[in-house]
Design a protein around this ligand. Structure first.
Ligand SMILES: Cc1ncc(COP(=O)(O)O)c(C=O)c1O
Length: 478
């Protein structure tokens, strides 16, 4: 039998008045946090602790008696990395517009599972609005259709599954496949494409990695040769993936040329635009992804360039009907015919069964600030990368790896003995994290270590880049 105490405890957990009070306090805490972090002065955006120290902190916290939640929320803030700080120029994580947090509160209370229409009427309809808008920006006609899913990795895997359904000989979904299948992709593609191919059972040989040119774009002149070699080795090539843009340098493949190549060989043409596909919203930068409208599928992460918190991704099909052919199993308790194009049953086309109400966040931003907001953000971030690149080019003690096409800039500090550039640039990155006033990352390009920034925050500008360069100079000496 339930004790009085546990019944009261459950009642309290659902108490609207307690929610109201904590909610008001939390909004104040977060608004104060944003105010402080956006005008940071000397405010750190990370207080770095080693993993074991961080774990011990939370183990101790867990061992203590249940406490009022504001104390916990404050601790989480203190122990996190603050992307709204203008010195956050690290990973490709968006700086969420706060309206998303409010939309998230609505969706977390409703918790509509969204996989079937009657468990997500508004979120399924909003998903249609958001993906139709995105499809139109890509340049597709109204036969296109897509859905939202949990991240670029899952969306790329889903696209590769669709490619296999469409292009592999026989009935792969029912019978598996005996043929050796392969996909072609640039050697600079995100590792999730490689992972997707292996999950599909293509194995290492089934991933034909084509070298890149000095701008890190797939070498179009090598496509025929790599295709023929794959065929001679007994592979049936089913797809080619174009990068828009690549993860390390933000480089855009020549999508027009890849479209021609895929048409000639009847391949599925997929564009991984998780990061840089967002240029379709901008008249100024759209030409970088020219040809994207010829792709069979496009992946685009709202949680990278488009002010939305992770994870929130669109997978759009040029021919919308194809999106119902990826997963062909029956789920009679949810819907009757798998392949009938019922856009309103989200789960027919997604990996997920239950799915977060992703559309509500993207829609909230567009509805509140207008559709131009995405273009404004993309243009500001891409423009600022060019500003930073010119500062680096003008400085005798820094070297730029490659002129940025997107908002990703790779560089290194060079006022050091040549043989220690790799080691010291790695040390500089670690010292920056320990210092906590800037957050940047590092990468390896042409087998050499570079510092890497992705300018994700529209508040970041020239004075912050100049301050970063000064900080690096002083840490390099330290
Ligand atoms: C080009 C590209 N594709 C895919 C991904 C993976 O996306 P997600 O982190 O949303 O799974 C990334 C992540 O950085 C990326 O840069």
């Amino acid at each position: 039998m339930q004790t009085l105490h546990s019944a009261q405890n459950l009642q309290q957990a659902y108490d609207p008045e307690a929610f109201r009070q904590i909610g008001h306090q939390l909004i104040d805490l977060l608004a104060d946090h944003l105010e402080r972090i956006q005008q940071p002065g000397d405010y750190q955006l990370i207080h770095y602790r080693e993993p074991e120290e961080e774990l011990a902190f939370w183990q101790n916290d867990f061992a203590s008696a249940p406490a009022e939640p504001m104390d916990f929320f404050r601790k989480v803030l203190d122990h996190s990395t603050h992307v709204h700080h203008p010195h956050y120029i690290g990973h490709q994580i968006s700086v969420p517009a706060p309206i998303n947090a409010l939309a998230g509160m609505v969706s977390d209370i409703l918790s509509n599972g969204t996989g079937v229409y009657d468990m997500g009427m508004s979120s399924n309809a909003l998903e249609r609005v958001v993906t139709d808008f995105t499809a139109q920006k890509i340049g597709y006609d109204d036969t296109a259709s897509g859905f939202l899913t949990s991240g670029g990795t899952l969306a790329n895997l889903t696209a590769m599954l669709a490619a296999r359904s469409a292009k592999a000989p026989g009935q792969v979904w029912q019978e598996g496949h005996d043929e050796k299948l392969a996909i072609m992709v640039s050697e600079e593609a995100h590792y999730c494409i490689d992972r997707a191919a292996r999950i599909l059972g293509l194995g290492q040989e089934g991933i034909v990695k084509v070298p890149v040119d000095d701008q890190f774009r797939i070498r179009i002149d090598l496509l025929e040769r790599y295709y023929e070699e794959a065929q001679e080795a007994g592979h049936t090539v089913i797809a080619i993936v174009g990068c828009a843009g690549s993860t390390a340098t933000g480089s855009y493949d020549d999508l027009e040329a890849i479209a021609d190549f895929s048409k000639k060989h009847d391949l599925w043409f997929h564009v991984d635009g998780a990061h840089g596909g967002a240029v379709v919203f901008s008249d100024k930068y759209r030409s970088l992804a020219s040809g994207i409208e010829k792709a069979d599928t496009v992946v685009l992460d709202y949680h990278k360039m488009l002010m939305t918190p992770a994870l929130n991704t669109a997978l759009i099909f040029r021919d919308g009907y194809r999106s119902y052919e990826t997963f062909q199993q029956r789920a009679q308790y949810l819907w009757e015919a798998q392949q009938s194009p019922e856009w309103y049953h989200s789960g027919k086309r997604t990996f997920e069964c239950t799915k977060l109400m992703l559309s509500i966040k993207v829609y909230a931003t567009l509805r509140t600030y207008g559709p131009q907001i995405f273009a404004d953000n993309v243009e500001r971030l891409y423009d600022q990368a060019k500003v930073f690149a010119s500062l680096l080019e003008a400085a005798p003690d820094f070297e730029l790896a490659v002129s940025p096409e997107a908002n990703i800039v790779n560089f290194r500090y060079t006022d050091l003995p040549r043989e220690s550039w790799d080691l010291e640039n790695g040390n500089i990155r670690q010292r920056l994290i320990d210092d906590g006033r800037f957050y940047i990352v590092q990468t390896v390009i042409r087998n050499q270590k570079y510092l890497r920034v992705a300018i994700m925050n529209s508040a970041t500008g020239e004075q912050h880049f100049a301050a970063l360069m000064d900080r690096i100079r002083s840490l390099a000496k330290g």
